[in-house]
Design a protein around this ligand. Structure first.
Ligand SMILES: CC(C)(COP(=O)(O)OP(=O)(O)OC[C@H]1O[C@@H](n2cnc3c(N)ncnc32)[C@H](O)[C@@H]1OP(=O)(O)O)[C@@H](O)C(=O)NCCC(=O)NCCS
Length: 156
């Protein structure tokens, strides 16, 4: 498995993973395309296994290009046929140093990481394990259900 920055030619494959992972979300290719175009505010990395894209991670800088970056893990998805093989964990672990290096190019450092997910989504565990994120609030009835707001503090 390799984790690398997403390229424009990956849009269709990443959109296919997005579509397979998020049943309630529509127009995956438009969503991936417009967010991909928002570099460097938004940055995508992909997990490639034997030449096939099996997962992606979408990081977003919040509230301006700050010297101390508040970074959101906006979305992460692994194709359902490849769950439970460590791809999601590797995407988080291996993309973070790449994005920190990109911040360093403009003299910025990473301060905190925020991430939200449905209160019943087991993905919370991966955020606790890989980022040290903790639940700081539960927001009632946000997208399709209650949403937990998690923060990993002082991750520089
Ligand atoms: C969340 C997701 C990316 C995890 O990817 P993955 O490659 O299956 O995760 P890993 O194999 O690296 O597992 C990481 C750990 O988190 C746990 N975990 C993460 N997501 C889980 C899920 N949805 N269900 C059960 N366990 C999950 C695993 O048990 C594992 O823990 P362990 O190593 O102690 O056994 C994947 O389940 C997914 O694409 N889900 C649908 C999209 C989604 O909900 N994304 C998050 C919200 S943006």
């Amino acid at each position: 498995m390799i984790i690398r920055p997403m390229l424009s030619e990956d849009i269709v494959a990443v959109a296919a993973v997005h579509q397979a992972a998020f049943a309630r979300q529509t127009y995956s290719q438009d969503w991936i395309s417009c967010n991909f175009a928002a570099y460097p505010r938004m940055q995508f990395f992909v997990a490639e296994v034997a030449g096939h894209i099996k997962g992606f991670i979408h990081w977003t800088q919040k509230s301006g290009f700050r010297p101390e970056v508040i970074l959101e893990l906006e979305q992460i998805a692994v194709h359902p046929d490849a769950h439970g093989q460590g791809i999601g964990s590797t995407l988080i672990r291996d993309s973070l140093p790449l994005i920190k290096a990109q911040f360093a190019e403009r003299g910025a450092t990473l301060k905190h990481i925020i991430v939200t997910t449905r209160a019943d989504n087991a993905a919370q565990r991966i955020y606790q394990k890989e980022l040290g994120a903790e639940i700081e609030a539960v927001i009632t009835n946000l997208y399709s259900a209650d949403e937990v707001f998690m923060i990993a503090r002082n991750v520089a």
